[in-house]
Design a protein around this ligand. Sequence first.
Ligand SMILES: N[C@@H](CCC(=O)N[C@@H](CS)C(=O)NCC(=O)O)C(=O)O
Length: 211
Amino acid sequence: MKLFYKPGACSVAPHIVMRECDFDFTLVRVDTAAGVTERGEPWLEINPRGQVPALMFDDGTLLTEVAAITQYLADLKPDRQLLAEAGSLTRYQTLEWLSYLSSEIHKRFAPLFRKEAADAYKSLLKLQLNQRFIDISNQLGDKPWLQGSRFTLADCYLYPIWRWATALKIAREETDALQAWAARVEARPTVQAVLQAEGIEPLTGDERRPQ
Ligand SMILES: N[C@@H](CCC(=O)N[C@@H](CS)C(=O)NCC(=O)O)C(=O)O
């Protein structure tokens, strides 16, 4: 399998899943702005939707969307318990998180990275995001992971999103639980491997990362 990614983008989520599940895969970096992969292939010919992540199978079939790719991968390796079995409420609570993160959080970030978006609109988005992150932090509370004692797809997806929030200085107050969670995420060897492979920095220094 090939995972098309952009460093630090939402493709970090399936990248973490790939490593948590020990898949044999090839990473292919995409410059979405230039519309070309690191191999010089026109990106829109591979993925007409133009976005990362995209997962390509050996026969050339493409699967896109963070929620679909991560569920597919997790279901191939149920023993990793990133997604509970079909029929269990826990599974649908993970899907609830994926849906919420995708529709209510992830998409609010896109205009914040665009010069042409009006400042008043950006301020509104930041206000809304700020409140949602405080809420997520409150939901986390003392739990190690979003759904309790088990690291799931929900944590994999929230991690790149929380990185953008940190970069844009959103929700720096009242989010201690989220900040502690990020340190736990970054203590995972799989996440460290992702950061290294993508050439991106952790949010938390060694002194803040639990050993
Ligand atoms: N709904 C898509 C969103 C994907 C998305 O927004 N990807 C961004 C990176 S986080 C991207 O490729 N942006 C470049 C572009 O839109 O040109 C998913 O869940 O995978």
